[in-house]
Design a protein around this ligand. Sequence first.
Ligand code: ZN
Ligand code: ZN
Ligand code: FE
Length: 747
Amino acid sequence: MQGVGFRPLVYRLATALGLSGGVRNDSTGLVVEVEGPVALIERFREALRQETPPAAVVSGHLDEWVPTEGTAGFEIWPSDAAGRRTTLLLPDLATCAACSAEIFDPKDRRYRYPFTNCTQCGPRFSIVLSIPYDRAATTMRQFAMCAPCAAEYADPSDRRFHAQPTACPACGPQLALWDPTGTCLADRDKALRRAADTVRRGEILALKGLGGFQLVVDARHDDAVRRLRRAKAREEKPFALMAPDLDWVRSAARVSVVEERLLCSPQAPIVLVERREDGGDVAPSVAPGNPNLGVMLPYTPLHHLLLADLSFPVIATSGNRADEPICTDEREALERLRGLADVFLVHDRPIARPIDDSVTRVILGGEQVLRRARGYAPLPIALPTPAAPILAVGAHLKSAVALTLDAHAFVSAHVGDLETVEAAEAHQRACEDLPRLYACVPVATACDAHPDYASTHIAMRLGRPTIAVQHHHAHVAACMAENGVRERVLGVAWDGTGYGTDGTIWGGEFLLAEPASFERFAHLRAFPLPGGDAAVREPRRAALGLLHALWGEALWQQADLAPVRAVEQRERRVWASMLAAGVNCPATSSVGRVFDAVASLAGLRQVTRFEGQTAMELEFALAGIDTDDQYPFGIAKSGEMAPWVIDWAPLIGSFIEDVRRQVPVGFLSARFHNTLVEMIVAVAQRAGQERVALTGGCFQNRYLTERAVSRLEAEGFRPLWHRLVPPNDGGIALGQAVVASARWQEG
Ligand code: ZN
Ligand code: ZN
Ligand code: FE
């Protein structure tokens, strides 16, 4: 890894031991040559192993004996730009303790300087234009270093030795505060102090951060938060908070040791934590009806200074309107965030590519990334074998782009939902950015088999051969890849929607999968989805589809059931004839839609405000309930070669009985979740594969994942789950790249 202080460390260790030679960065990584007595070389090697800089990620090392050259002294050699560019780039890293001490020290020359950084922290991926990673190849190239900065940069014993983005108030980027017309209201520290005043007054601040704009408001101020919701057209989806410090997080939420470590890590992601009923002064509209809070700590000097001024939590949400990509340029922000922000806190360090905040949660005692961006992208996933160079364009929602190159898969930052022209353009830029950055010419483009995904259209336009990868196969391949598995697995791919190979909508799939191919071993019984895509926002539609598959026309007589009640008399005739004739009622095996149906039947919700809301609410409902109860279900196959079909009819029948007996919703939910887990176990027993990969958006559900893992382990299976890439469609690009590369290599 470049730019994490490895070379000064090597210099220090080698000179302390009196060894001669040199160190340089080249495109393959860090190269050290030392010459001296063997015993001292061994000591050097041991010391290097023990003193790896905290920000460094060592993906491998190789020792080799070479002829001596009789050099005197130890040198830091200039970087070598030749050769293949396989150097691993670092993600952006949160401000280190040494830098944050400096910005709060009135005697330091970087006192209150919001762009302070060093080799252990600061911007990387968000400023890099090409590699090898040198200042001239970053957006910092326009700032000439002053004499003191240049001296630090050249001093191997300094923390800022070859810190490419290093800067100070005399030579580096500066802040400005703009009104919505772009008129400058204040600059430098005054801009920062006035921006804080704005937030204190309950107004909306647009802040140019590390990888894009954020919208910042006082998280305690309900009117301000509601105004932000209206402006962003974001009805109920929870907002993430930036807390002033860890103590505040502890007061507002129950945070485990692992969660604290994650919050304070160099990645500094948003972490979903369980809020305390009593603690934390947070406006109700921040995360309505949600027992969790998404929290992060300040991760740049600018955020540290702002939050220290405020000393209360703020909402820090992506600077965009619903379905648009995050803004990175201040002029563009004035246009696109017009009417949304009251003032703009901007600076003159350009952002090379948009990078959102990452979202994680702790599952099975470890980190699981739900949205992979700042702090994680572009760290590669190591592949078990070298892959053909393939660019993968991802899915339609939560899209990202991936590139396989040698034994690595590089995954871009989260791009988002491709529902707008702006989002599709941002996606196209990400498709061009990754191969350019790694100087790689992909042999083919991998895309989803869905012909109508915006990403599929973009793939067609890239002018290379395209390889269509079935959605759930990609989910399973992503899970296999990040777990370093290439052998056949039983993949349990459960999500909302994916284009099946038989023209139906898949989403409750059990695939016997290898990187290059799969067989549909089992699936949920399909049911009609009245209105197709419209059903995603209306759980009652999924419920009526299930009930129609169960009872036909007779469903309309069950007037006590919530989904039936939720349909007005007028609509009823239309829906009844739609279902009876099977018009605009695509068949689906989606577990996501079964979650919807169950939430609707339980009376929890008939219309959703954001994707995944019902599944979240069902998961919330079972908090504190401890039961192994479950419902019955069927499993059968229609012929030797046919897949197993899991019949939800007994489950739904018993569930409705429970609803009619007014069993509390928490128990309904627990029994439902437990039944799903037993479906997985039943199929795993028939498939006879030791490894079972749990993947797809449904496995963002902690209860489902944790229980499935423990039940599978109890039955002697080896479950695999996601940690580094999201189980949701954010992981699709990685899976597509792996599948397409395997197929390419098989010819
Ligand atoms: Zn630092
Ligand atoms: Zn300077
Ligand atoms: Fe999916």
